[in-house]
Structure formats: structure tokens, C-alpha cells
Design a protein around this ligand. Structure first.
Ligand SMILES: O=C1C[C@@](O)(C(=O)O)C[C@@H](O)[C@@H]1O
Length: 520
């Protein structure tokens, strides 16, 4: 049994190994085991001067984990260019020596003349594999392919496609539950990542992961699988939540939401979704399994066009960062949790320091203050509406002056051209909020305002959360301002999302601990 009474499934975590020597392969196997792998895939075609008998004896004798032996030829995307009989002899030898799984390409397995006795009695299991390059075939074509692979008598089948778009993966998910033998199916590349993460929900046989410092596009790290995603707890009932964003890999959402789900015994998974086309995305991922979404850059405004209903706060802001698929009718309902998250983070920091606006606990410390906002995109809109709702006077800078003017108009504020920011001196006690990505990893030396002006602000807030303390915040602290990190906003918006996703109260203290450990 797992968390909250959820039964563990039998999904294994496999690491593909591409060492150039037998010694490296053996040491990588031990490392993979130490990092939590259940089995490894040994790519013989990567070993330089591979000597079948000698090398296989060592690999199989010294293996600390079950192994899948793969000797991929050039014609199927591998490295091996030599004689085909020699290649197949080596695979058969691996089987005789007791390798746990042997991978034969479909072309070999479906050619009775050339094939080296696939149904040979041994303890090894046969994996019949096929890599379909280029565009992902239609659902019908994939089903035919799987039927062909099954008819070879394979113990396990392995189907690999190249993901051009995240929507290609839905054809893989559709295939998985219908297969009659254990199936490994996934798509390669950055856009293929969720085919690994979600395959156990749909019944996939294993998940591939990579070791730390050895990243492979489209593969999660072993650490993220073991700590965050925990594929062994997924099942057909698991609800999928995803962050729709582009880029998406910077997000700390998965390491926060997944443990929080488990902490309260909620059967859900939260994954990064690298989305290129919102329209295509929502038309393909329309099943109730995809129960909700976070929305990140650059989609917070555009996504409002894909929501069936929008909650009044998000509607007035014009930006949505959370979507729930309403279980009763499947409609997509948009919310904005950024607004309260950022404004309460700023208010709490002002309250903690005390100050002139502390007359009544019911009055916001922002009331009457000048609120200088840099950036009028999705996050900026949330900040501007939040500040206005607390009675602050809002001044907005954006590289797109028209955008700044339009937001200023909505919050009865003032817009300025971005070039003017270096000379802008606010009144004493003003608040500065950065809602642009300036200063975000990897461009951490950038700062959105002139340093000399920082001393005029009582508090400086940065919505950037990687790094926790941006250059803007460091300089502001030196200048004597109270600083509020985007990490605090990130945490609070995620707490708001958790409540909406699960309908349960978020484990706030637990989430706070994870976040501060992560950003230490
Ligand atoms: O701004 C953010 C951060 C986020 O995009 C992320 O990186 O996890 C997730 C969004 O929902 C949120 O509004």
C-alpha cells in the first residue's frame, strides 16, 4: 500500500545506459541502482570495440539490476553498422547468458527466415521494438502497428515515436490501455516528457529516467521520479493536472504539488506541459482525466479565450493562471490565484515591519500608497488589480506603451514609457513591483530599474522566483527597502491552486517547508 491507502502498481523505472566501455556500463549500473532505478537498458551499440562473449559475460555476471539488452543498428536509429548476423548472434548470446530482457527490432522479429528463434525457451523475456520517426502516425495506424508487434509472440512490445507537439502524445495514451501484452510506449524529445510521466496511469510497463548530470531530452531525472512524480502510485483513477507554459522546465510546480497531493492522500499528478498551440491542446486533451491546469508564461491572457467560464476576479484582471475542468459538465473554468498571492505577500511583509498605515487591522497597509509596477502582462495585471482593490495609486511601466496605457486605464492609474523608468523618482514610501521576467535565471545579472532609485521605495517585490533573491531584491535590500521574493507569491498562488484542484484545504505548512528547502 502507498500513501492514503493507494495501492502501488508494478511500474518500473529504467535508465538507458550509453557508456562507451564495459567498465563504464558496470559502474553506471551501480550508480543507477543507487539513484533508485529498478532496471537498466544496456545499449551495446555504444560500446567501443565490443567483444560479444567477453563483454556480455562481464555485463551479465556483474549486473546489480535486471537488464534489457539492446544492440541497435543504424537502420533503426542506433550506432551499430556491422554485419547483421553478428549483431543477432550477440543478442542470442546475451539471452543464453541470462540477460533478463532482450530487445529485437520489429523488422527482425517479423522476418521468420532471418530471425534467430524469437520463441526460444529461456528465462529471458523478448521485447519487440519499433521506432517510428517523423510525424506520429494516426491512432488507427498505431493500433495496426501494435497488432503486428503483438503477433510476433513478443513478451513485451516497445513503441517509440518522435513528439513534434504535445498533442501527439494523446495517441500514445490512447494506445496503452488497449494492448494485450505489456507495452512500453513513449515519445522522444522535450515535448515527449509527459509520455514518460503519465504512462503508468494508462498501464505502461515502465518509465525511462536519466541519472543526475546526464540529462536526455524528454526523460525525467531519477530524482524527480523518486521524489516528485512517484509513478508507482499512479492508476487509472489518477487525476492529471498540468502547467501549460512555454518554456516550462523552470517551474517548481511539480516538486510542490505532487508531494502536497500525496500528503493529503489525493490521487493526482502534476506535470509540466510544454504547449505550442492552445487551441490544438484543448481540442485534443478534452477527457476528464485532465482535470485542471496551471497557466504560465506566455499564456495567462490568451488562455481566457479557451475558458467556458471565468471567475469575476480573473475576468476583471483579464488573466487566468488556474483552470478547473468542472466534473459535472466538463466545462473549463478559469481563475486567478496570482492576484491575492502577490498582494497578500506584500501586505504581510508591510504589516510584519509595522508602519504608518497600521491604524486598523482591517485597513490594508497598501491603502493610499503609490504602487509602481513594471510589466503589464498577465502577472502585472494581477498585481495592478490587486493594488487598486486595496486603494493604492498605480503607476505602470511596460516596454509596450500601449499595453501599459490599457492596463492603467483599467485601474484608473498612470502609464509611462519604459525608457522613463531610469529617471523616475517616486515619493517616499512607495512600493515597487517587478512583473517582467527581467532577472530570471539564466539572465540573473539583469535588473528592471535604475539602482539609484531603489532607496526611495519602502518595499520592493519581484515576481521572478528563480533565483529566490534576484539582483533587484539584493540591491533593494542594500538600499534599505523591505524585500518580498517571488517565491512567496509562487507558494501562495500554488496554495490557491491546490484548493481549487482538489476541493480540499491545502497543507500550507507542509508546502511552505518544501518551498523553503527547495529555494535555500
Ligand atoms: O506564475 C506562476 C508560476 C507558474 O507559471 C510556474 O512557473 O509554476 C505557475 C502559474 O500558475 C503561476 O501563476
Amino acid at each position: 500500500m502507498g500513501y492514503g491507502g493507494i495501492v502501488r502498481n508494478s511500474t518500473m523505472i529504467c535508465v538507458p545506459l550509453m557508456g562507451q566501455s564495459v567498465e563504464k556500463m558496470v559502474s553506471d549500473m551501480f550508480q543507477a541502482k543507487a539513484q533508485g532505478a529498478d532496471l537498466v537498458e544496456i545499449r551495446l551499440d555504444y560500446i567501443k570495440n565490443f567483444q560479444p562473449r567477453q563483454d556480455l559475460e562481464i555485463l551479465i555476471r556483474d549486473k546489480p539490476l535486471p537488464v534489457i539488452i539492446v544492440y541497435r543498428p543504424k537502420w533503426e536509429g542506433g550506432q551499430y553498422e556491422g554485419d547483421e548476423t553478428r549483431r543477432l548472434d550477440a543478442l542470442c548470446l546475451a539471452r543464453e547468458l541470462g540477460a533478463d530482457y532482450i530487445d529485437f527490432e520489429l523488422k527482425v522479429a517479423s522476418d521468420p527466415k532471418g530471425f534467430h528463434n524469437l520463441n526460444y525457451h529461456s528465462n529471458s523475456k523478448t521485447v519487440v521494438s519499433c521506432h517510428v520517426g517523423g510525424m506520429t502516425p494516426s491512432k488507427e495506424d498505431l493500433s495496426h502497428l501494435v497488432a503486428r508487434m503483438q503477433s510476433t509472440g513478443a513478451n513485451i512490445i516497445k513503441l517509440v515515436t518522435d513528439a513534434v507537439d504535445i498533442t501527439d502524445l494523446e495517441r500514445i495514451f490512447h494506445l496503452l490501455p488497449h494492448c494485450q501484452v505489456p507495452i512500453i510506449a513513449y515519445s522522444t524529445g522535450d515535448r515527449g516528457l509527459i509520455s514518460q510521466l503519465l504512462c503508468p496511469k494508462f498501464g505502461g510497463f515502465l518509465v525511462y529516467g536519466c541519472m543526475e548530470g546526464n540529462s536526455i531530452p524528454g526523460l525525467p531525472t531519477l530524482n524527480s521520479l523518486r521524489q516528485a512524480y512517484k509513478p508507482e502510485f499512479l492508476n487509472a483513477d489518477t487525476k492529471i493536472f498540468g502547467l501549460i507554459s512555454n518554456p516550462v522546465s523552470h517551474s517548481k510546480g511539480p516538486i510542490l504539488h505532487n508531494p502536497a497531493f500525496r500528503h493529503v492522500g489525493y490521487n493526482g499528478i502534476y506535470v509540466p506541459m510544454l504547449v505550442d498551440d492552445l487551441k490544438e491542446f484543448f481540442s485534443v486533451y478534452s477527457s476528464p482525466d485532465f482535470a485542471g491546469f496551471s497557466v504560465g508564461i506566455p499564456y495567462k491572457e490568451a488562455i481566457t479565450g479557451y475558458c467556458d467560464e471565468i471567475n469575476p476576479l480573473a475576468q476583471s484582471i483579464g488573466a487566468v493562471n488556474t483552470i478547473i475542468r468542472r466534473p459535472s459538465d466538463g466545462k473549463l473554468i478559469g481563475y486567478n490565484t496570482d492576484c491575492e498571492a502577490s498582494i497578500t505577500a506584500i501586505e504581510d511583509a508591510l504589516k510584519a515591519r509595522g508602519g504608518p498605515n497600521q491604524e486598523s487591522p482591517l485597513t490594508s497597509p497598501l491603502t493610499g500608497k503609490l504602487f509602481v509596477l513594471v510589466g503589464a502582462g498577465g502577472a502585472g495585471r494581477a498585481l495592478a488589480f490587486g493594488a487598486k482593490s486595496r486603494g493604492a495609486r498605480v503607476v505602470i511601466f511596460d516596454i509596450d506603451y500601449e499595453r501599459a496605457k490599457s492596463l492603467a486605464h483599467s485601474v484608473s492609474g498612470e502609464a509611462h514609457r519604459y525608457e522613463e523608468i531610469s529617471n523616475f523618482r517616486p515619493e517616499k514610501g512607495a512600493i515597487l513591483a517587478n512583473a517582467t521576467p527581467v532577472g530570471m535565471h539564466p539572465n540573473t545579472d539583469r535588473i528592471p530599474v535604475a539602482e539609484v532609485t531603489l532607496g526611495d521605495y519602502q518595499l520592493v517585490f519581484d515576481s521572478v522566483y528563480t533565483p529566490r533573491k534576484t539582483r533587484l531584491l539584493k540591491e533593494a535590500e542594500v538600499a534599505g527597502a523591505i524585500v518580498v521574493s517571488g517565491v512567496e507569491m509562487f507558494l501562495r498562488q500554488a496554495i490557491g491552486q491546490f484548493n481549487l484542484f482538489t476541493g480540499e484545504e491545502a497543507p500550507e505548512e507542509f508546502m511552505r517547508e518544501i518551498i523553503w528547502e527547495t529555494f535555500l
